[in-house]
Design a binder for this molecule. Structure first.
Ligand SMILES: *Cc1c(COP(=O)(O)O)cnc(C)c1O
Length: 385
């Protein structure tokens, strides 16, 4: 089996889920975002662990196919689909009982008509009404929520199960960011009120993402939707240190370790170049370790220069360009600490022995941990510990 793999520390996943459970009121539902194969962590595994830990029975996916994968692997709990799908996929929503986030008169009408022809009995498909309170992505405007809820509730085969909105700067700590988040929350409250005034039960109301779960406990409503914190990373400025400073301590443990092995050790003379483009030259005689991992595995090209990997408790720099399937590491001349086939940690939790995390890679690559994690490709085998 290939040595390049992602090891999932399920104990840490359980720990993070428990942290989330401990920080929301007992009556607040937790809908774990398992989209993008649980940010690269294996959606089925995460869902199964989550339902064992604190009885979590809501999961969020981005696509209908992701929902089907969960259903085909024994997940019978509630599944919401956060992104819109197209009419060709509507029958699958009904077949697999996937709760689509929807909005827009035309979209709702189409969905409703397909439901009418799909269900011959009185069955109704649950849906969520998405409200755009400032994200600028999907959702109706708050003042349209009443009308759209009426459309859903007048449909013979749809049921308004809940309402949701999504924060766009809840991961910022500035006064502006937090004020905007509060305004989004208030607009959402108005939208919910708008629906109530039409004599319709808004159902389960949900707005909190990871950042708001930790930093805005007053905005938890009926259901929160944790994503990144499930996998052990803090969203942008809502860091462990920040949360401590505002007396909202929240402890998380990274879940995934990206590992590989040294498959060659080369002796290079001073002045020899390494990898494509000849961007790196050895400034003295040195030994170079070759690793069988590259950008096709998700080790993005822009991580070099900058990336340091851990071998036997010490950090070494990746040198030259990261190739599609391989990269090179400068381990220094006659390094007795590094042998052929030694384990190499690209990033991971403390428990893995890694000295870097996905956040460190994100900084080097000018991105966020989300992208580092979801970039891990299918070729990287997932192993569960
Ligand atoms: C991805 C997503 C979440 C989870 O976001 P995190 O920042 O990872 O917690 C919640 N809600 C919606 C609508 C999303 O798209």
């Amino acid at each position: 089996m290939r040595c390049t793999k992602a090891v999932i520390y399920s104990e840490n996943l359980r720990y993070n889920l428990q942290q989330i459970r401990n920080h929301v009121r007992p009556q607040t539902e937790i809908c774990v975002a398992v989209k993008a194969d649980s940010y690269g962590h294996n959606a089925v595994l995460t869902a199964k662990l989550a339902r064992e830990t604190g009885g979590i029975n809501w999961f969020a996916v981005a696509t209908v196919d992701e929902g089907i994968e969960l259903r085909e692997n024994g997940i019978t709990e509630n599944i919401v689909v956060l992104s819109l799908c197209v009419p060709e996929e509507f029958p699958s929503l009904f077949k697999y009982n996937l709760i689509q986030f929807c909005f827009g008169k035309e979209y709702i009408r189409d969905l409703s008509q397909t439901a009418d022809s799909y269900f011959s009995d009185g069955k109704r498909q649950d849906v969520f009404l998405a409200v755009d309170t400032g994200m600028g992505r999907i959702g109706c405007y708050p003042e349209e929520a009443g009308d759209e809820a009426v459309l859903i509730s007048n449909s013979s085969h749809l049921n308004l199960k809940g309402m949701a909105t999504h924060f766009c700067v809840s991961d910022g700590t500035s006064f502006e960011s937090q004020t905007f988040t509060y305004e989004q929350y208030q607009r959402f409250c108005k939208a919910v009120e708008n629906v109530r005034q039409r004599g319709i039960d808004p159902g389960i109301c949900s707005c909190g993402n990871s950042a708001a779960i930790m930093n805005n406990p007053e905005m938890h409503f009926d259901m929160v939707r944790p994503g990144i914190i499930t996998y052990g990373y803090y969203p942008d400025q809502i860091t462990k240190e920040y949360l401590h400073s505002v007396h909202k301590d929240f402890d998380l443990k990274p879940v995934l370790a990206l590992e590989t092995k040294v498959v060659a050790i080369r002796h290079f003379p001073k002045g020899k170049s390494v990898s494509y483009g000849r961007t790196y030259f050895c400034d003295e005689d040195t030994d170079i370790a070759v690793l069988p991992i590259g950008y096709a595995d998700g080790l993005l090209r822009r991580f070099s220069p900058g990336l340091e990997v851990t071998i036997n408790g010490k950090k070494y720099p990746v040198c030259g360009r990261i190739c599609m399937d391989q990269c090179m590491v400068n381990i220094g001349k006659n390094n007795l600490d590094v042998k052929l086939f030694d384990k190499v940690l690209i990033f991971g939790p403390k428990e893995s022995g890694a000295l870097t995390t996905a956040d460190d890679l994100a900084k080097i690559g000018n991105t966020i941990s989300y992208e580092v994690l979801t970039s891990l490709s299918k070729r990287v085998r997932r192993e569960v510990l």
